[in-house]
Design a protein around this ligand. Sequence first.
Ligand SMILES: [Zn+2]
Length: 78
Amino acid sequence: MPLWIAREPVPDNIPNCDYCGGPRRFEFQIMPQLLSILKENDLDWGVIAVYTCLDSCVADNSYKEEFVFKQDVELKNI
Ligand SMILES: [Zn+2]
């Protein structure tokens, strides 16, 4: 399960794998510290959560498109 940076939004429905139709599961997350390592000022995110096919099915021996959910930092009334 991802370590979210905000309470919401969180994905309520992870779509099944486009290739085998099976369920996906949370695989890894990318934290915003990467932005400072990349010295990137035009992008921003809180957490990027990546969900991949539970069966790791193979599709034509090439890269596969998986499901990514981006959560931004929760901004309250500042
Ligand atoms: Zn699959």
